[in-house]
Design a protein around this ligand. Structure first.
Ligand SMILES: [Zn+2]
Length: 88
């Protein structure tokens, strides 16, 4: 998972993910929460996506897409597994 540098100090930011989504939807929720996570710098606090350079914002969009696709694939996989189990 890529870490993005803080626009102010270039240190890698952390994502605030998990929490409510993860409790409600488990692993799928964790992936979704990563897709919409807020970024936080240890020194500069919470950061909006618009605080980052356009280049990094486009990387974030690609990354979020990956997490959403991962969540969808996982969700479909769970349903397929449940259907397969019931038909046995
Ligand atoms: Zn910073």
């Amino acid at each position: 998972m890529a870490d993005y540098p803080c626009p102010h100090c270039e240190k890698p930011v952390t994502r605030q993910a998990g929490g409510r989504w993860a409790r409600a939807f488990g692993l799928v929720g964790v992936l979704i929460s990563y897709a919409f996570a807020k970024y936080e710098c240890a020194e500069h606090g919470a950061l909006e996506r618009k605080d980052f350079s356009p280049e990094i914002q486009s990387k974030m969009r690609m990354g979020s897409m990956g997490f959403i696709i991962g969540a969808v694939v996982l969700f479909i996989g769970v349903i397929v597994a449940l259907v397969a189990l019931q038909s046995m």
